[in-house]
Design a protein around this ligand. Structure first.
Ligand code: PEP
Ligand code: MN
Length: 337
């Protein structure tokens, strides 16, 4: 259930309620809006507790949340969540563009990609050091060495870094180098990993599993939020359907739907969403028109030689053109890029 406090009620009054709930064994999460605080109460549903809370002078009402995700839902947090990372915000008027190669292949390739995406206007560099590959014979990523390259490129370019973590054992080392930690589609329901990410205080980019329903995706976010890490960015990256002409089917209807259901920022990855670089520009524009808070796009200095995901990667020139084209789309939906 959620306890909605009266408008203007201060911290002291809120603490009286949260202390009472904690003493009854409930977990509490606070959502502090512009004019009122909402307390998310996690634990057994009991009518008498709800009635007792509603009788308190500073409480406006108590609402039972019927959906299985509580903290990820709009009822708990009616305003959009806006996440500040470095000098950017995600989920506000500004749109975020994260771009870079699928994988870190060597220092030179990473630096070239980083400089190109920065020049085009991206603020966040994406690049994987730990790569979840379908085949054990494919390039598996440079792992620790890749993180080192990311650190160097971050200090050379000033770009923020988003990079994937694959398991709960490497969270600390990835967190040391990443400004945003990516959870890949294959790990969306890795609950040990999600729990570990709930314990840290760094934004998490949670990609939708390719067979995950929207509810399962939001429940995965709930794992992280319920641990106390409220900075989750959702990323739609395509789902598996019967259509083989594209790598995945990019579910753009998920964007406005998730925005109705949840307060969390939603970005779109048209690269994995289609698997084809020729479709990336159109789907990027469509994503922004659908209300996405940003994009994650694969860009490689030389896609033909990429060790992973070359066919869906843009060249630096194509990316530059795309960013220019996106400015108009952004303006038309009242956003800035
Ligand atoms: C990636 O971003 O490179 C990646 C592996 O994506 P996904 O987890 O969406 O397949
Ligand atoms: Mn990739």
């Amino acid at each position: 259930m959620i306890v909605v406090m009266n408008p203007g009620v201060g911290e002291k009054e809120v603490t009286i309620i949260t202390d009472k709930l904690k003493s009854m064994g409930y977990g509490v999460h606070l959502s502090t809006g512009e004019n009122r605080t909402v307390i998310g109460v996690i634990g057994q549903r009991r009518e008498e507790v709800a009635q007792a809370m509603e009788a308190m002078p500073d409480v406006e009402k108590v609402v039972f949340i019927t959906r299985p995700y509580k903290l990820a839902g709009r009822e708990f947090h009616p305003d959009n969540t806006v996440i500040n990372v470095g000098d950017i915000t995600i989920g506000g008027t500004e749109l975020v563009v994260m771009a870079g190669p699928c994988a870190i292949e060597n220092e030179d390739q990473l630096l070239q990609a980083a400089e190109a995406v920065k020049k085009a206007g991206a603020k966040v560099l994406r690049a994987g050091a730990f790569k979840p590959r379908t085949s054990p014979y494919s390039f598996q990523g440079l792992e620790q060495e890749g993180l080192q390259f990311l650190n160097d490129v971050r200090s050379k370019t000033g770009l923020l870094i988003v990079t994937e973590v694959m398991d709960q054992f490497t969270v600390d080392e990835v967190a040391e180098c990443a400004d945003i930690i990516q959870v890949g589609a294959r790990n969306m329901q890795n609950y040990y990993l999600l729990r570990e990410l709930g314990k840290i205080r760094k934004p998490i980019l949670l990609k939708r599993g390719f067979s995950a329903t929207i509810e399962e995706w939001l429940m995965a976010a709930e794992y992280i939020l319920s641990g106390g890490n409220y900075e989750v960015i959702l990323c739609e990256r395509g789902i598996r359907t019967f259509e083989p002409y594209t790598r995945n089917t990019l579910d753009l209807s998920a964007v406005p739907l998730v925005k109705q259901l949840s307060h969390l920022p939603v970005i779109v990855d048209p690269s994995h969403g289609t698997g084809l670089s020729g479709l990336v520009p159109a789907m990027s524009k469509a994503a922004l028109a659908a209300g996405a808070d940003g994009l994650m796009v694969e860009v490689h200095p030389n896609p033909q030689e990429a060790l992973s995901d070359g066919p869906q990667s843009l060249t630096p020139d194509q990316f530059n053109t795309l960013i220019h084209e996106l400015k108009g789309v952004a303006l038309s939906v009242g956003r800035l890029i």
